[in-house]
Design a protein around this ligand. Structure first.
Ligand code: HEC
Length: 229
């Protein structure tokens, strides 16, 4: 390699480094403000400023609303189809959504009072934040889970809560606490369901697979022996 080539490579290298650094800077530096995302899988102290549709909102729609007889494409109760970003945006306004979740302005509260599951205040607040931010789509949102520091209480249970409990707090297999989750894990079925590894229906049913970052966190926890920590 002659001198000129070396200089060119060096400049190219610095330029790439510079571009990468700049591109990632705004997202990678945690801001020291309180997270409003507790209880939805992000309660690990990391903070990001806006709601991530694919990781935080869509799983709540899939697990709580987009069910058969309710708001899947076939049932479309009230005209609302809550199965994907495109369908949500096409069929429900932010104000109808929030009135439904709060049971205000003549709207019946959703999920219905007769439903075995209700949304938590944190989940409703997250919907409100998403509406306030303009109901934005987001697919490759920054992972806010610290996959190097995974615990059952701070990482795994919140993932189950937002992605699975809309169905599995009332239908079999119940996944509402550590021992029920561990029991399903020991059969091998839970791992296969989450990893879409075959032999069992892929979960979440009717939704897309957990984001890579959640899947990584879950699998690390399993490889650590699935501790109740
Ligand atoms: C929209 C509702 C819904 C959601 C959301 C959902 N499930 Fe399920 N799940 C079901 C139904 C219904 C079955 C039974 C399906 C069957 O047996 O054909 C099931 C079955 C299972 C089974 C048992 C599979 C077997 O055959 O033994 C496991 C394990 C499971 N789900 C885990 C999960 C996990 C983990 C999540 C979240 C990541 C999740 N599910 C999300 C509806 C759901």
């Amino acid at each position: 390699m002659n001198m000129k080539t070396k200089v060119v490579l060096l400049i190219a290298g610095f330029t790439i480094l510079f571009l990468i650094t700049c591109k990632h800077m705004p997202n990678d530096v945690p801001t020291p403000v309180a997270s409003t995302n507790n209880g939805n899988g992000n309660g690990n102290g990391n903070v990001k400023d806006s709601v991530c549709f694919s990781e935080e909102i869509l799983p709540l729609f899939i697990s709580n609303c987009a069910k058969s007889g309710c708001h899947d494409a076939t049932s479309a109760q009230g005209g609302y189809v809550l199965t994907s970003y495109a369908n949500v945006i096409a069929t429900i306004s932010g104000s109808d959504l929030m009135n439904s979740l709060n049971g205000t302005n003549g709207f019946d509260i959703m999920p219905p009072a007769t439903s075995p599951t209700a949304l938590t205040t944190a989940q409703i607040n997250l919907f409100q934040k998403w509406v306030n931010e303009g109901m934005k789509d987001g697919i490759d949102c920054l992972c806010t889970i610290d996959t190097n520091n995974v615990t059952f209480s701070a990482t795994i249970f919140p993932i189950i809560q937002s992605n699975c409990l809309g169905c599995h707090s009332s239908s079999i297999p119940l996944l509402t606490n550590y021992s029920l989750i561990k029991y399903q894990l020991d059969t091998g079925r839970l791992y296969n369901a989450i990893n879409h590894a075959g032999g069992v229906p892929p979960m979440p049913l009717g939704g897309s697979q957990l984001s890579l970052c959640r899947l990584t966190a879950f699998n690390k926890w399993v490889h650590n022996g699935a501790p109740n920590n």
